[in-house]
Design a protein around this ligand. Structure first.
Ligand code: FAD
Ligand code: NAD
Length: 481
């Protein structure tokens, strides 16, 4: 095994493995170090996203949505269903099989592209050297022209609710719960809380979310966030805002949670399971030798510039360990940018156009600026909205709730942001992202031909509504702010 590579990537998640593959495509010799072992003890690639994040959570979201529809949602379509049975272990087995298929796929892609996987732990030393320690604990020093740090993140622990993997779990443990808890508590009503809360609510649990902030989904456009809260509460999620958890007392089969409401009132709740999902922290501990020359920022993230270069020459960092949203696709695009820059190209990523999606039902998705951000910036903007209640495809699909909201520059008419709650919100927002990437105006979008009947027509109509031309709703006078 060679110990000298053009590129050594530490971390085989979506940021690291994509970087490794792209660098190999560009003719560079690449090794990718990964330390994760799956519950069967097998070393696998794919990182948080494939093993304990995006993919297993979406698999459970899809399975649970099918169950909820069959169990309670088909009568109005004239379909009577009886004898529906839930088999949680089978649901988990399907999830595990998909994870296995996808992680195995990355191994095959490494082989096809000539990337060397090294299973063990990596640590950056001075002078672009990497200490690689394999599973048996044998250390070896690798040399590289370029090192890419891509070690990702892990759930934040809070002392008042220590994870015991029995009654109190984090997002990883929450993906392996093998029977529906009667009462499920969740600390943190963020993305994971809402997605996993939805899974277990659909499967029959009573779900209570305890959120510290008073503002729901504070980083989302607040009009969409308010709509999302209404919909999720109507689905039965008990979302309690302004709650500060002060302690947890695990018993034999239940855990008692004590928390303070905003006005200082102390409350207690008892749950069969408690999920702690209050954010994630970067995996930078033990990654850097003291003389590695790489600086962390004030939040413990690796400090990088716009092209993901650290302050140490030839050392780059991508994904969850650097600034920006902790999203798989953001890390992957950073991985591509870094690989191409290492190969001498001038690739730059557009951080203003990164879509994000909450995979509840309906989905909540966004790209670009929110109305709150526009107000704060003082930028003059116009708004176009269209409700799915007036979209034929949505009504046919029994998905007539929610809306598309498009924010455009008041003078140039260019799309600045798009916020959607409703059917296929993720796909609609991606269309807006493409429009933004190419500097499209609302007028351009309004002039395009959209297939009928589609959910996408709601985006078309929102673009028309910006300038008061929507056809299938009564137009308000264009709002210029
Ligand atoms: P990771 O995926 O965390 O990969 C880093 C890898 O580095 C890990 O495999 C780790 O084992 C390895 N590593 C760490 N230290 C070392 C070391 N010293 N040596 C060797 N290897 C090391 N994002 C989305 O965009 N969409 C979603 O739907 C979504 N859903 C999510 C659901 C859940 C439940 C969770 C927890 C996260 C979700 N995310 C989602 C976030 C997404 O998973 C992360 O943003 C993404 O995985 C980050 O990619 P990464 O490559 O930076 O890090
Ligand atoms: P999050 O930041 O989305 O939500 C955490 C929530 O917990 C916040 O609302 C926060 O105010 C609250 N909180 C923090 N401390 C608290 C406390 N002590 N008590 C009560 N509430 C508290 O984080 P997450 O849900 O843990 O997810 C982590 C990250 O993973 C996300 O930020 C996102 O980047 C990524 N992720 C993405 C997706 C997706 O793209 N669909 C899905 C899951 C996770």
């Amino acid at each position: 095994m060679s110990t000298k590579y053009d590129v050594v990537v530490i971390g085989g998640g979506p940021a690291g493995y994509v970087c490794a593959i792209r660098a190999a495509q560009l003719g560079l010799s690449v090794a990718c170090i990964e330390r994760y072992r799956n519950p069967e003890g097998k070393a696998v690639l794919g990182g948080t996203c494939l093993n304990v994040g995006c993919i297993p959570s979406k698999t459970l979201l899809d399975s649970s949505q099918k169950y909820a529809e069959v169990a309670t949602g088909l009568e109005r379509h004239g379909i009577a269903v009886s004898g529906v049975k839930l088999d949680v272990p089978a649901m988990l087995a399907r999830k595990d099989a998909i994870v296995k298929q996808l992680t195995g796929g990355i191994a095959a892609l490494f082989k096809a592209n000539g990337v060397t996987p090294l299973f063990g732990t990596g640590k950056l030393l001075a002078g672009r050297k990497v200490e690689f320690t394999d599973a048996e604990g044998a250390p070896q020093v690798l040399e590289a022209d370029h090192v890419v740090l891509a070690t990702g993140s892990q759930p934040i622990d809070i002392p008042v609710a220590p994870v015991d993997d029995k009654l109190i779990v984090n997002s990883t443990g929450a993906l392996t719960i093998d029977k529906v808890p009667k009462r499920l508590g969740i600390i943190g009503a963020g993305v994971i809380g809402l997605e996993l809360g939805s899974v277990w609510k659909r499967l029959g649990a009573e779900v209570v979310l305890l959120e510290a902030l008073d503002v729901f989904l504070s980083i989302m456009d607040q009009q969409i966030a308010r709509e999302a809260r209404k919909v999720l509460v109507a689905q039965g999620l008990d979302i309690r805002m302004g709650c500060r958890v002060t302690g947890t007392t695990p018993g034999r089969s239940k855990v008692e949670v004590t928390y303070l409401e905003s006005d200082g009132t102390e409350r207690k709740e008892t749950f069969d399971k408690l999920i702690v999902c209050v954010g994630r922290r970067p995996n930078t501990r033990d990654l850097l030798a003291p003389d590695s020359g790489v600086n962390l920022d004030e939040r413990g993230l690796v400090f990088v510039d716009d092209s993901c270069a650290t302050n140490a020459p030839g050392v780059w960092a991508v994904g969850d360990i650097v600034r920006g949203p902790m999203l798989a696709h953001k890390g992957s695009e950073e991985g591509v940018m870094v690989a191409e820059r290492i190969a001498g190209q001038k690739t730059q990523m557009n951080y203003a156009v990164i879509p994000n999606v909450i995979y509840t039902h309906p989905e909540v998705a966004a790209v670009g600026l929110t109305e709150e951000q526009l107000k704060q910036s003082g930028e003059s903007y116009k708004v176009g909205m269209f409700p799915f209640a007036a979209n034929a495809r949505a009504l046919a699909a029994d998905a007539g709730g929610g809306l598309v909201k498009l924010l455009v520059h008041a003078d140039t008419d260019r799309v600045l942001g798009c916020h959607v709650i409703g059917p296929s919100a993720a796909e609609l927002v991606q269309q807006a992202a493409i429009a933004m990437e190419f500097g499209t105006s609302a007028e351009d979008l309004g002039m395009m031909v959209f297939a009928h009947p589609t959910f996408s027509e709601a985006l078309h109509e929102a673009a028309l509504a910006v300038n008061g031309h929507a056809i299938h709703v009564a137009n308000r006078r264009p709002r210029k702010k």
